[in-house]
Design a protein around this ligand. Structure first.
Ligand SMILES: Nc1nc2c(c(=O)[nH]1)N[C@H]1C(S)=C(S)[C@@H](COP(=O)(O)O)O[C@H]1N2
Ligand SMILES: [Mo]
Length: 150
C-alpha cells in the first residue's frame, strides 16, 4: 500500500470486491453533513463532512444479498476498520432505506480539508458518541452473521 494514497478494501459477500482511493470515492454522489458528537476524552465535537453514502459505495460493489424479500438481508453486517485497528460494526439494516435508512457516509473531506492522505472517515450522524466515526478507514467487510454460538 502506498501510504500517501491509502485505499479502502471492500470485501466479503460482494460480487465486485474492490479497492478504492479517496479520489475514487469522490466519483460517487456526495452528501454534506454538519454533525456534533460527544467524545469521552475530548467532549463535544462539531465537524462538517462530505462524501458518498456507504450505501452507494456498497451497492456499486454488488452485495451478494437476496433483495427479493426483506427478511433475508437482516443478518448482514458491515465491519469497518481504521488504519490503527479501531473497528466498528454497522448493521445492514441501519443503512438500508427499507429499514433505518441512516445516511452513513464514507467522508472524503472533513471541515473542507481533503482526506486523501489520511483515508476516509466513517460518519454516523445519528450517533451521540463519536466512537463509530472510524478514521483512516482501510477495510469494509460485508457478510452475514452466523448462528449465534456460545
Ligand atoms: N481509526 C480511529 N478512528 C477513531 C478513533 C480511533 O481511536 N481510531 N476514535 C474515535 C473516537 S472515540 C472519537 S470521539 C472520534 C473523534 O473524532 P475527531 O478526532 O475527528 O474529533 O473518532 C473516532 N474515530
Ligand atoms: Mo471518543
Amino acid at each position: 500500500m502506498n501510504p500517501s494514497r491509502p485505499v479502502v478494501r471492500l470485501h466479503g459477500h460482494l460480487d465486485r470486491p474492490t479497492e478504492l482511493t479517496v479520489a475514487e470515492l469522490r466519483a460517487l454522489p456526495a452528501h454534506r453533513v454538519e454533525v456534533s458528537f460527544d467524545c469521552l476524552a475530548e467532549g463535544e465535537q462539531r465537524h462538517g463532512y462530505e462524501g458518498p453514502a456507504l450505501w452507494d459505495v456498497l451497492r456499486a460493489a454488488r452485495p451478494r444479498i437476496d433483495f427479493s424479500g426483506r427478511k433475508q438481508r437482516l443478518r448482514f453486517l458491515l465491519s469497518v476498520t481504521g488504519a490503527d485497528g479501531h473497528r466498528a460494526v454497522v448493521s445492514w439494516a441501519e443503512i438500508d432505506p427499507d429499514f433505518g435508512g441512516q445516511r452513513i457516509l464514507l467522508a472524503t473531506s472533513m471541515d473542507g480539508a481533503p482526506l486523501d492522505t489520511a483515508g476516509p472517515q466513517l460518519v454516523v450522524p445519528d450517533d451521540h458518541c463519536g466512537a463509530r466515526y472510524v478514521s483512516g478507514v482501510t477495510e469494509v467487510w460485508l457478510g452475514p452473521l452466523g448462528a449465534p454460538a456460545g
